[in-house]
Write a protein that binds this ligand. Structure first.
Ligand SMILES: [Zn+2]
Length: 312
């Protein structure tokens, strides 16, 4: 038994050498050039995750609405090219959005509008979103998303929408033939700065990224609110978790307007209303971050559209 100890020591030494070899050989192999798939290297890369973290904080995602409507008031000397360059859009998008290929000329004082992405298109009678999508090589889902359309089957003639595509894909006759007939002529319900536009935004109170169904016009509490067009009072409502005290007016051609965060309502459901008639006083009711008028234009009672496309 006594001479077994050296043997055992030798064996232990051999085992240790074998184990070292088993450990060292793969390590040596892995440190050779080209050993990209070694998990050790993966660990080194993931340690460098701090770098990715830094680059993420130095590169915040800007919350720019790609479908924001840009506008420009024509002044002497403007050309389509100069306006397109100033707004950062294509000339064709500008032409299509403002029916300028139907022979209309630019008059100083006129306001022209174009979305940051795509172009404006007025839906003709009998046309579906699928027709439009096919014409301009975009998907129905893309159009629905660009316009916050909850139900792509519920789209009506006369509505202006953003087509997130290239207007030159389809023959321009479709745009030239579309006439803005039918919609009532809307006026501003109050005079003030638009502090929040239609479309997706970070909610001023909830902090969530969500759809804004109208525009917010900055006016002090108690400002006289007038009807944006003639019609009848469709509904009055008080939603403390939404637009507070609100008036809903019905107009011709299935258009509706909504006036929210009011302090006082001065009409009753069913009342006939003339354009410009006083209907309420503005306020700060409901989920509001300060006195302003929330104003919507809808096509059908359920489908909000961008009021800035219709207001003068
Ligand atoms: Zn609002």
């Amino acid at each position: 038994m006594t001479n077994q100890k050296p043997i055992r020591k030798d064996r232990v030494a051999l085992v240790v050498v074998a184990l070292l070899a088993a450990i060292l050989i793969p390590v040596l192999l892995s440190s050779s050039p080209g050993a990209d798939e070694d998990p050790g290297n993966g660990l080194v890369v993931s340690d460098g995750g701090g770098i990715a973290g830094v680059s993420a904080t130095t590169d915040p995602t800007p919350e720019v609405n790609p479908y924001e409507i840009l506008s420009h008031t024509i002044t002497e000397g403007d050309t389509l090219e100069s306006i397109a360059r100033a707004l950062g859009v294509g000339v064709a998008n500008l032409v299509a959005s403002n029916d300028l290929d139907s022979g209309q000329s630019l008059t100083p004082g006129d306001t022209i509008r174009v979305p940051r992405t795509g172009f404006l298109y007025r839906i003709s009678s009998g046309e579906t979103l699928s027709d439009i999508a096919a014409s301009y090589e975009v998907t129905v889902a893309e159009i629905a998303s660009a316009n916050n359309i909850p139900d792509p089957g519920q789209i009506l003639a006369g509505t202006l929408i953003i087509v997130p595509g290239d207007p030159q894909v389809a023959p321009s006759t479709t745009v030239a033939n579309a006439t803005p007939s039918g919609s009532p002529s809307f006026s501003w319900p109050v005079t003030g700065e638009v502090v929040s536009e239609f479309g997706y935004r970070t909610h001023p109170i909830l902090g969530t990224w969500e759809r804004h169904n109208g525009i917010d016009i900055d006016v002090p509490e108690g400002t006289i609110v007038t009807a944006a067009a003639s019609g009848t009072v469709f509904n009055i409502d008080n939603d403390p978790d939404g637009i507070g005290l609100a008036v809903y007016l019905a107009h011709t051609d299935n258009f509706y307007t909504v006036y929210g965060h009011l302090s006082q309502i001065q009409v009753q459901p069913g009342d006939p209303i003339s354009a410009g008639q006083q209907i309420a006083l503005s306020g700060n009711t409901g989920l509001s971050n300060g006195p302003h008028l929330h104003f919507e234009i809808r096509k059908t009672p359920e489908f909000p559209i961008d009021p800035l496309l219709y207001l003068p």
